[in-house]
Design a protein around this ligand. Structure first.
Ligand code: SF4
Ligand code: SF4
Ligand code: SF4
Length: 289
């Protein structure tokens, strides 16, 4: 059962809200856990050995999605240091002695996403094609997705009056127009490629087999947290690049258990958000009058 934003705000103040939300959480988590491995899903391979750190991908993502450049407190352009409401992908430099590498961070688009399982109103959903999408009209700002994500990807627009969750969309809007992801299309070196997951995994393993001295023998995202659509090859160990060491167990089941035990918190938070929303609406109407 899906609960939209308006229905949620109505229900949050009512005592029956807890039962309905529990049901929504449970059904969302079950749907996610049934997703399983999907080798035909659209996927993206990033190879650190081919990345020259030009950040064309980062710029292309900002341009396509029309997100604002990062600025410092004086309003001067600032190089992003982390993902944010405006920076959905980030190229960072890892350096340690003679060892160095560029690395691209973005939503991993998990096959069994913890963020989707944690969202009580189905604002985050796993699409049929694979990418994890976000419906802002459903989101009421509880930020459970931020807590649930093992990669710390969803970011909140703290600096706006009507904050939303923001993260990489896998450019599903471009795909609907028969284009590839903006970041992939912008990459001048072939460090980023996209295609179906099975083909990209085969390609990744072939690259390792052909150049065993060049790569760490690990395709990150093949199995981690049940597998992801963003998969990685690297010449330095992944833990050096800030990728968490995760086993192959999907995380949504744990999320489901945690969420099922706190329906009262959800309702309480919903009631609080209703109050904030109501007060804000009254304030805005007052200003307009
Ligand atoms: S990386 Fe995080 S935000 Fe992206 S799909 Fe996985 S759990 Fe969700
Ligand atoms: S797939 Fe699209 S939204 Fe995601 S990082 Fe690349 S350009 Fe940005
Ligand atoms: S566009 Fe390609 S080469 Fe340039 S930083 Fe991004 S992934 Fe690396």
């Amino acid at each position: 059962m899906a609960v939209d934003r308006r229905d949620f705000l109505k229900l949050a103040g009512a005592s029956v809200g807890g039962l309905l939300l529990s049901s929504a959480v449970s059904e969302q988590a079950s749907a996610v856990s049934d997703a399983g491995m999907a080798e035909t899903d659209v996927s993206m391979l990033y190879d650190t050995t081919k990345c020259v750190g030009c950040k064309a991908c980062q710029t292309a993502c900002r341009d396509w999605n029309k997100t604002a450049p990062e600025v410092d407190s004086s309003g001067i352009y600032d190089t992003p240091q982390d993902l944010s409401g405006d920076t959905w992908t980030l190229i960072q430099l890892y350096e340690e002695g003679p060892s160095w590498s560029f690395v691209k961070h973005q939503c991993m688009h998990c096959l069994d996403p913890a963020c989707v399982a944690a969202c009580p109103v189905a604002a985050l959903q796993k699409s049929e094609e694979g990418p994890v999408t976000y419906d802002a009209t459903r989101c009421f700002g509880c930020r459970y997705c931020m807590i649930a994500c093992p990669f710390h990807i969803p970011k909140y627009q703290w600096d706006t009056n009507a904050p939303l969750i923001r993260k990489c969309t896998f450019c599903t809007d471009r795909m609907a127009q028969d284009m590839g992801p903006a970041c992939v299309d912008a990459c001048p070196t072939g460090a980023l490629v996209w295609g179906n997951r099975g083909d990209l995994l085969a390609d990744a393993h072939a690259r390792i087999a052909e150049n065993p001295d060049k790569y760490v023998d690990h395709v990150y995202g093949e199995h981690e947290a049940g597998g992801t659509l963003a998969i990685y090859l690297s010449h330095v160990p992944f833990e050096k690049l800030d990728f968490p060491a995760l086993d192959s167990e999907p995380l949504p089941k744990q999320t489901e258990l945690a969420m099922a035990s706190v329906p009262g918190i959800i309702v309480g938070m919903g009631a609080l958000m209703s109050g904030v929303y109501y007060a804000k609406s009254r304030g805005e109407k007052g200003k307009e009058a």
